[in-house]
Write a new protein. Structure first.
Length: 73
């Protein structure tokens, strides 16, 4: 399936928790029909303590959303 949305396009979220937000496409996964949008669908991920980061803690990152939930803006 050919996708009309490419990397670096500006899109608007049309459904879900982030409805109405706009952002730039960071990555496209055509096999899964998913994209990652900057600043949308953010989740907190636990990080174990390591030598580089002795305290551990949490980090926030964007998760992919289905391409049918966005439109080009």
């Amino acid at each position: 399936m050919k996708l009309k949305i490419k990397k670096n396009d500006m899109v608007t979220i049309i459904t879900g928790d982030d409805k109405g937000k706009e952002g730039k496409v960071l990555a496209v996964y055509p096999k899964d029909s998913k994209i990652i949008v900057e600043g949308c669908n953010i989740v907190k991920k636990a990080i174990k303590p390591t030598d580089d980061n002795p305290k551990g803690g949490f980090t926030e990152k964007e998760k992919p959303i289905h391409i049918s939930n966005v439109k080009k803006s």
